[in-house]
Each structure stands twice: as structure tokens, then as C-alpha cells.
Design a protein around this ligand. Structure first.
Ligand SMILES: O=CCS(=O)(=O)O
Length: 163
């Protein structure tokens, strides 16, 4: 089972049924699986903060939510995550394609790639880095319940080498 399949199955087995996304080349296989799943409402959005707001509304409507994005979009999301998601203790899984890591071909991705975990630490948001493909499924599957327990978004960071 490759990383995209592991994440997809983890989301499904966590009961995630509402997913917003801002695309990344590394997310394409996963996005196709989600888009073809009639049991998941997939809403592509233009900016990550827009997706954060949509997930908040979907959660209030009874959905279990996730966002698929690049780490470059984390900076676009801070205020929405803090002033909406965290303030009202909405759970959220953040599947983050961690660009700017080893193997990155776009120089513009490097600075944010270096800052991503520092930002999450500063926001005091729990995150997991995929270090072992065998752990991916279990990490994703448990992240919804962990987010509910922590009352904060849980980020799963997938570096370039792990796709
Ligand atoms: O931001 C990066 C564009 S791509 O590599 O995901 O296509």
C-alpha cells in the first residue's frame, strides 16, 4: 500500500466524510481517490483559509472533516485556525504535503518548508511527520479522535521522499 492509499484508507476508517483541498502535485493520486469516493464530499477551494471556514461549517452540520493542502498554505491559514477552529474547538485533520524538504525542485518552497514545524510548534498544534510508510495508515486513522481529544487541528506532514 503506497502513501496515498494509506492516507486514503486512514481517512475512511477514521470516518472522514468531508474533505476540502488546495492541490499539490504530490496530492494528486490521493485527491483522485477522494474525488471518486461517493461517500466523501470533496470541496476543492482556492485558498486554505477558505477551506478552514468551510470545514468549520461542515463540522457544525455533523461532518467529520479534513483538509488536504501544501505546507505553503499554512501561513494563509493561521488566523482562521486560531480564531475559528481552535476557538470553538472544532476537530480537523490537516493532511499536509510538506514541500521544501529533501528533493524539492522549486526554490520558492524552501523557506516555508523550513518554517512549517516551527509555525506548528508556535501555534501549539500537534503534528506527525511520516517517517515510516507502515505508520501512515494508523497515524491518519487515529488523528480524528486525537483532534477531538486535544480540541486542536492535527497535522500529518508528508515530506517529498515519502510519496
Ligand atoms: O506549488 C507547487 C506547484 S506543484 O509542484 O504542486 O505543481
Amino acid at each position: 500500500m503506497d502513501t496515498s492509499e494509506s492516507i486514503y484508507k486512514g481517512l475512511k476508517d477514521a470516518g472522514i466524510d468531508f474533505i476540502v483541498s488546495v492541490p499539490c502535485a504530490n496530492l494528486s493520486k490521493l485527491l483522485n481517490k477522494i474525488d471518486n469516493d461517493e461517500n466523501i464530499k470533496h470541496v476543492p477551494v482556492n485558498r486554505e483559509e477558505e477551506g478552514i471556514g468551510i470545514c468549520a461549517g461542515a463540522y457544525l452540520g455533523g461532518a467529520k472533516t479534513a483538509i488536504l493542502m501544501q505546507n505553503s498554505g499554512l501561513g494563509n491559514s493561521i488566523n482562521a485556525l486560531k480564531s475559528l477552529t481552535e476557538l470553538y474547538e472544532f476537530p480537523l485533520i490537516m493532511i499536509i504535503s510538506h514541500r521544501g524538504t529533501e528533493g524539492e525542485s522549486i526554490c520558492g518552497q524552501i523557506p516555508m518548508g523550513k518554517s512549517t514545524t516551527k509555525l506548528l510548534d508556535g501555534m501549539e498544534y500537534p503534528y506527525f511527520k511520516i517517517n515510516n510508510k507502515n505508520d501512515t495508515y494508523n497515524l491518519v486513522k487515529k488523528s480524528w479522535n486525537l483532534s477531538c481529544k486535544k480540541k486542536k487541528p492535527i497535522s500529518i506532514l508528508i515530506e517529498i521522499n515519502y510519496w
